[in-house]
Ligand binder design. Sequence first.
Ligand code: PBG
Length: 326
Amino acid sequence: MSYPTVRPRRLRVSAPMRRLVAETRIHPAQLVLPMFVREGLDEPKPIASMPGVVQHSRDSLRKAAVEAVQAGVGGLMLFGVPTHKDEVGSGGCDPDGILNAALRDVVSEVGDATVVMSDLCLDEFTSHGHCGVLAPDGSVDNDATLAVYGDMAVAQARAGAHMLGTSGMMDGQVGAVRKALDASGFTDVSILAYAAKYASAFYGPFREAVESSLEGDRKTYQQDGGNGREAIRETLLDLAEGADIVMVKPAGPYLDVISDVRAAVDVPVAAYQISGEYSMIEVAAANGLIDRERGILETLTSIRRAGADIVLTYWAVEAAGLVSGR
Ligand code: PBG
């Protein structure tokens, strides 16, 4: 009888031993909480397709922001849902539009204690649900959209946002936003570029969260799921245009892309665990199919292991609690 001299299991014998040798850790400060605020609400309103997530009223948003900061999360990402949408998404540039008003609320409440970020995209504000303005033939007009993003960026910076999430996937958007910010004196406002953003089925529940009226898809501007090299090209372009942080989205189905982007750049890399990734686990757990907390931690750990320094997740507050002390 011969015995193995090398036994990897020795480092798995107990919880303290496993904790000692863990290669990947999650710190609350690396987690960013996406939050929705809906114009005209008195009470928070549950989002049926995202169990546990709500559209906030302006009041409940302030309170939830304080709770998130107390839980130690690294940042907040705000999405606004206006009552009235129009062809050009004017609510996004209006200083009193819901997102800009909510930004002022949150910055005055917790702005010294966390990084306040805002979604810089038109789809929440347009009646057709596209991330840009449309040309007469109905296609998304890239360059006309850039001008609107520039105005929207300045409006968000004036409202106090620290970091803007350019998520529309228009060519040149990071450069246009950087230029508009700098021209208005907002040189310290940073850009989180959704550098590699894929046209994904997993955005499904988000459509309800922002009451999107999109018909059709975003395949003329978001990336095709099979293209990995293209993600590097998109990322390097965004960096050349002035991005401070680059993001891959969705996260779970694109772990290889996170890993490749991490290896290709020396700026912080973020990943967004999106609505569908969230709801799949919530719904499976609610039906007794998987252990919810283990599922949350396993997916977040995998996203970190792949190379993401920062993770946007709807579980940010809960996960911050789960990992503290680990
Ligand atoms: C665009 C945007 C989307 C999401 C974040 N920013 C929607 C899309 O690109 O279709 C999706 C986030 C999620 O699904 O959790 N403003």
